[in-house]
Design a protein around this ligand. Structure first.
Ligand SMILES: Nc1nc2c(ncn2[C@@H]2O[C@H](COP(=O)(O)OP(=O)(O)OP(=O)(O)O)[C@@H](O)[C@H]2O)c(=O)[nH]1
Ligand SMILES: [Mg+2]
Length: 403
């Protein structure tokens, strides 16, 4: 049933027929137009990851989103007219969360699927989920997201209903739907508790070893780095949320072993139900000793992305762990920012200044590198080995004595 309210319904992975979408954003009080343009760039990338091509954007300045139509009624009519004139368009995507009532009113007016940011993220997660744990986590988040929005949405659960004992006399459809969703939520919670327990036991069973976690915004190159640092084969691609399941590998540099973990990427406005249900996955981050915070330095909003990640890490009480800011994709940064006449000395100067500036701005040790060209990878390895050694001396001095 989760698929019924998702974008697209095929289960065959991400390669399916392209759908065409319109995206809508509101410049609210305190926001700049520029910011909203960046948000919509990201929303389009999310849509692309979900298999939709964006053909048009609508932006409106409003102090607050309208509680019936999100945008003003005039703008809603303009969007409806556009959709009406462009038969290919099968959905309208809003950059903020919508209530069930808003979805219902907008669907009535625009006659196509109405999707919000959380739904889109949940949909991508649902398609990406591989393990039983990830699948259960995503489905739980989807159900929790759906529950308060059932009123106003048309009844999706027609086919699920029925069957002996499912429907009492006089019970309204919405109550039946709510009950189905609530039952499903409690079942998923139970399933997840069992799976989380197993994961916890597995984590506890690991040797006394220093743990390092790759964290960061989605699509910055965490898995690519994981593969290079561990010579393994974790799935990486230029789409959002390529990784949902954590991968842990044992690595040894200079004969000193440690565990390296690749984790799910963060994003602005991550639905909070998702964070809650991914708690066990994120525990890998919480229980690690050292963080490699990977950043895509070629991304125009990398500083916003760093702040998003730092805020989430703070919420998880991880802000005080030894952290290395790994500014990845320096090759792409050069391609995008350097004048072709800038010579080697000039480049070095720019990069030294950049590193210093970044360290000062974010208060953490910074390193520029490229997972693509492997430039500075040796520096990362070396610095990481030093940090791991220090950690052993503090946390596992008896183990450290061996070296
Ligand atoms: N140009 C360039 N591209 C890179 C570099 N490192 C990674 N990429 C590309 O960036 C894209 C995302 O890489 P991933 O390793 O999947 O990123 P991730 O952080 O694991 O992403 P999620 O799992 O989605 O959070 C891929 O297309 C990589 O090939 C780099 O140093 N330079
Ligand atoms: Mg990844």
């Amino acid at each position: 049933m989760a698929n019924e309210w998702n974008v697209g319904q095929k289960e065959s992975g991400l390669k399916e027929e392209t759908e065409y979408a319109v995206v809508v954003g509101v410049v609210q009080r305190g926001q700049t137009e520029e910011q909203v343009t960046e948000y919509l760039d990201e929303l389009e990338f999310l849509a692309e990851t979900a298999g939709a091509k964006t053909v048009k954007r609508f932006v409106q300045k409003l102090d607050h989103p309208d509680n019936r139509t999100f945008v003003g009624s005039g703008k809603a009519k303009e969007i409806a007219d556009y959709v009406d004139q462009h038969e290919d368009v099968s959905m309208v995507i809003f950059d903020d969360d919508l209530s069930g009532k808003q979805v219902n009113i907008l669907e009535e007016e625009m006659k196509v699927k109405i999707i919000d940011r959380s739904t889109l993220i949940l949909d991508i997660f649902a398609r990406r989920a591989q393990s039983a744990q990830a699948k259960t986590q995503v489905e739980l988040a989807q159900m929790q997201y759906l529950l308060p929005r059932l009123r106003g949405l048309w009844t999706h659960l027609e086919r699920q209903r029925g069957g002996i004992g499912m429907r009492g006399p006089g019970e309204t459809e919405i109550e039946t739907d709510r009950r189905i969703v609530r039952d499903k939520i409690s079942k998923l919670k139970k399933d997840l508790a069992k799976i989380d327990k197993q994961a916890e036991t597995r984590r506890k069973g690991r040797d006394a070893m220093v743990r390092v976690a790759l964290v960061g915004y989605t699509n910055v190159g965490k898995s690519t780095l994981m593969n290079l640092l561990t010579k393994s084969d974790v799935f990486a691609e230029n789409k959002l949320f390529a990784t949902l399941d954590t991968t842990v590998r044992k690595v040894a540099y200079e004969g000193i072993p440690f565990l390296l973990t690749d984790t799910v990427g963060f994003i602005r406005k991550l639905p909070h139900h998702l964070i809650e249900s991914f708690r066990s996955t994120l525990d890998e981050v919480k229980e690690s000793d050292i963080l490699l915070h990977v950043v895509d330095v070629a991304h125009p909003q990398y500083d916003d992305q760093i702040r998003t990640v730092q805020t989430l890490l703070k919420e998880m009480n991880c802000q005080d762990k030894p952290t290395l800011l790994v500014f990845n994709k320096i090759d792409l940064f050069r391609e995008r920012n350097y004048d072709m006449y800038l010579d080697q000395d000039g480049r070095e100067e720019v990069e030294t200044d950049l590193t210093k500036g970044l360290q000062a701005e974010f208060g953490q040790e910074a390193l520029l590198l490229s997972a693509e060209t492997k430039e500075n990878l040796d520096v990362l390895r070396q610095r990481l080995t030093e940090l791991v050694k220090e950690e052993y001396q503090q946390t596992y001095p008896y183990v450290a004595k061996q070296w």
